[in-house]
Design a protein around this ligand. Sequence first.
Ligand SMILES: Nc1ncnc2c1ncn2[C@@H]1O[C@H](COP(=O)(O)OP(=O)(O)O)[C@@H](O)[C@H]1O
Ligand SMILES: [Mg+2]
Length: 440
Amino acid sequence: MNELISELGKDRKKLKQAIRDPVLFTQIFLNHEPHEAQKQILRDRHQFKTIVAGRRFGKTKAMAFSTIHYAITHPGSIQFILAPSYNQANIMFWEITTLLSKSILVHLVERVYKTPFSKIIFKNGSEIHARSTTKPEYLRGHKAHRVILDEAAYIPDDVISQVVEPMLADYNGSWIKIGTPFGKNHFYDTYLKGQSEGFPDYSSYRFPSTANPHISHEFIEKKKREYGENSIIFRTEYLAEFIEDQNAVFKWADIQKNIAGIQLIDKGISGRRYVIGVDLAKYMDYTVIVVLDVTEKPYRLIYFERYNRRPYAETIFRIKDLHKRFNLARVLIDSSGVGDPVLEDLQGIGAEGYVFTSKSKVQLINRLVAAMENGEVKYPYIEDLIKELQFFEYQLTRTGIKMGARQGFNDDCVIALALAVWIAEQHSHKVLRRVYGATG
Ligand SMILES: Nc1ncnc2c1ncn2[C@@H]1O[C@H](COP(=O)(O)OP(=O)(O)O)[C@@H](O)[C@H]1O
Ligand SMILES: [Mg+2]
């Protein structure tokens, strides 16, 4: 603390204020001005806080301010930043290290570790750790004074009760959950507790993205036009409302329960069996390539690639290469339209095609729905994939019910995953070119 005192000269009163008030602390030591909604969150002293906020609200930044303030003002404290993926946890972690590196507080940092897990040790004995919740075994046995859960809605209920709560038991610690809404799980429950009089230790907030004055309102207006003001996407992602889509093909609970801690790889392990599903870009959408390890159930997504605006020749090259790298994996591609000539080019590796009609599409997707309901296919937290699953819907048309991405969204990830699950279950025949779907 000596550095702090000298920084503020003899103004001990101001220093004391800054220690007590995280907003003043952020202004003085982190050179940032929290916006009004962030101020409310920072100053809230409840043990259990749930903050529901739209995309780009400034969730990560607010938690970075708060975590640093706590570490400095609570010597010897242990804090864990937890998120559904290690990447996501590290976004906040690096925000913290960046803020510290530009601050006088950098003198209070003892050491920053990147391996085996991200960790900051302060000279006052405080620690900040970043971890993913998808590997609960790495968290068991750790004690914490405070846990920050980013994108909390994507963290399964049982991780909260079996991992997070036990971590806090020793010190009667506190947690902060922050995220955009997704389904009605623990995040929704504690949001309601925070709103209710019956739970004095809980508080909760809900803020739209527009509460952040640092993001362009033009951007939000554009999203509103793109998705529609009353669309589920706009209302959950930007207005932060808890609404489940009645037309959703995949139940949100099913999407969530299959998120697992899987390390992506780019080469197959010998002795294991893989399959590849490919959805090819048409016009403006994306090519998505998914590789599943199907050696046993549940199948596990272990490779994922998504790109656009590249020539088909490159995609053909990529597929051939992946086929080789993943133990001569069977390949199924969407062979409607542009897919047909691509399939021709992939004859050498025995790639198979799936022709889409509205009927064959329903059949393909229903197989994925069942696999997810039964917990037969696991994937890591990949934002594009999760969001596409979330916003894949039934659509009523004049000729009947269709399935597809909600307007303004893509379904390439969903289709690629569905194709991979489909091919995993077809008996392998020594045919060079086989086409599924067309005949139902
Ligand atoms: N208090 C602040 N001062 C300056 N910029 C901010 C502040 N809060 C958020 N931002 C900026 O707003 C954007 C969104 O913030 P971020 O924390 O990444 O949002 P979220 O985690 O909610 O998606 C980022 O560019 C971030 O730097
Ligand atoms: Mg964030």
